[in-house]
Design a protein around this ligand. Sequence first.
Ligand SMILES: Nc1ncnc2c1ncn2[C@@H]1O[C@H](COP(=O)(O)OP(=O)(O)OP(=O)(O)O)[C@@H](O)[C@H]1O
Ligand SMILES: [Mg+2]
Length: 703
Amino acid sequence: MESEAIQDELQSLELEINDVQGQISALIEHQDRLYERKSELKTLLKAVTAGTPVASSCPAVENWSEPFEWDSRADDIRFNMFGISKYRANQREIINAVMAGRDVLVIMAAGGGKSLCYQLPAILRGGTTLVVSPLLSLIQDQVMGLAALGISAYMLTSTSGKENEKFVYKALEKGEDDLKILYVTPEKVSKSKRFMSKLEKCHNAGRLSLISIDEAHCCSQWGHDFRPDYKNLSILKTQFPKVPMVALTATATQKVQNDLIEMLHIPKCVKFVSSVNRPNLFYSVREKSLVGKAVVDEIAEFIRESYSNNESGIVYCFSRKECEQIAGELRERGISADYYHAEMDVNLREKVHMRWSKNKLQVIVGTVAFGMGINKPDVRFVIHHSLSKSMETYYQESGRAGRDGLPSECVLFFRSGDVPRQSSMVFYEYSGLQNLYDIVRYCQSKTKCRRSAFFRHFGEPSQDCNGMCDNCALSSEVKEVDVSDLAKLVVSMVQEMQAKDQRVTMLQLGDKLRTKHKDLSAELKREEIEHLVIKLIVDSVLKEEFQHTPYSTNAYVTMGPLANQLLQGRKTIKTETSSRQMNKKSKRSSSLSGLESKLDELRKEISAAHGSMLPHTVLSTQQIGLISSQKPDSLQELESIIGKLKTDKYGDKILKVMRHDAVSEQHVEDATKDETCKRRSSKRAKTQKDVVLLESSEEEEEA
Ligand SMILES: Nc1ncnc2c1ncn2[C@@H]1O[C@H](COP(=O)(O)OP(=O)(O)OP(=O)(O)O)[C@@H](O)[C@H]1O
Ligand SMILES: [Mg+2]
């Protein structure tokens, strides 16, 4: 008996030691990330306090904005060949640095105009420019676009055919034919010896004039889209040290930037970092209801209501199956939509992409495979049916909207239940879970400016959002609720189950909690418990653990490093509730009443006059509803509905519309009253003639 008890105790100690070991390594990893973040923020703080503009490009020593001898030729090519009237921020300086033979690193927002930064120098410098780009669709897009401008651009890819390959190899070797720009995938560089030997010949003849690495974030394993073949691109600088290299990307944190510079061997490169800000994009997060097809109904209504003139849009879904399902359900609701994912036959995919590019299809419902380099400039909305796996991925996918600079919208439908299926996909990636939890925080916040989350993530000083996100634009009373007691219940339940060596998923946890605490289940909906569990995970009170099964990976909830702090009352948990959700629930039917349609007209006028504002950032549909129902008749009262910012800006115009409407309502009322009286008196006259009135209802008497 004695030895058995000792055995048991030894065993449970063993278990506990392993568990503590796990927690220690998790905390050490967590600490590493905190140190990293700390050094990023210190750099950022230095930049902010020194007042150096974010777009501070190169060391003060070189001034790339001064005149250069190639200016007039560059302007001529930009205007007459590319049809571009003026440079965007940093473009000219980047081109000058490339022309001066420097290695250059370009961090520029999605749609910012990075392609021009290597395409224009390719023309100016003569010889051949090699462009490495990760995606066939992206390469095709660019080669077709350049060929249409009469620029001799070719590609060497798996689909480019024998003839084309022969021409390109001969041009590389002999240099007789005009080969201005050659696009290849990174595989070509890392796998084809034949290609590299031809490139060598071109270089030795002094005709390799520039190397460009587009979507360069793929080099870094800390980037959100790492491609192993990009790792071998370092041979380019080794083999052709004198040929200037320009690496470009839209999404690169400080860490990824340093990684790129090292990987590509361009330590002395000039760095141009433009702001990641996309001022014309309106970001919003909506609650994703689980009731039946409510989400698709809401998406369809959103598209019909705001984009009824066939404006192009993208809906991103988590899986291939969901893509096909959502595309079908949107079509059932009258939206011209089709799906796009990696399992489709390449030609079918191309066809869908082409139809959408030519506006024959309004909405593409795609997975992340509908990815980089989607260059359609007039995408008016990007909707995420589920959250992306990281802030960077979301920035890039939502960044496909509004590349022409016009107002566009990025809507993310979020529900906590979507988190485990993402986490079980990314947990093994380096900082995969932390990246995911960052975007979960972005979705859960009902107060923080959405734009500021991007600035923080990319280590950039914050800029004004101009009301171009839901948390800034829609004033709503957000209350903080202390849910520590409920959180303790949840955590103790996890603790009990863990002690019995039972595993529990988030869903099972919610069900067990409601069964065990009947009183709770009355007021607590499933989503709210899920929301709390995810918040506890994101706050490291609970932790996700994963177990592979032959068919899938299950995400289980276990005690996190800060669980005891909560249980011992040293930590509180607060969640935000906002009136905005209630407004949405009390959403009126789509037909607007008289006053509402006048306010709708007013917001459209203001947005058109303002240029870069969307109608519903002037006044949201909810705010129009509130104004129409509450009928404020002073700026004071109006301010309590739409906040100070908007009252100052539009208050007078709104009250004017209301007064005008009240007057015309009065006229209409009088006229209707007259009309009713006339109708009733003629009706009564008629009735008296024919029959004795058997009884007169109160109402009749009244009239
Ligand atoms: N100076 C400019 N003025 C007006 N339009 C421009 C200018 N430079 C580029 N463009 C246009 O902006 C659009 C986006 O350019 P480009 O594809 O180079 O963006 P990008 O920075 O590569 O975006 P992404 O990060 O998504 O790849 C293109 O249609 C391009 O023709
Ligand atoms: Mg690009």
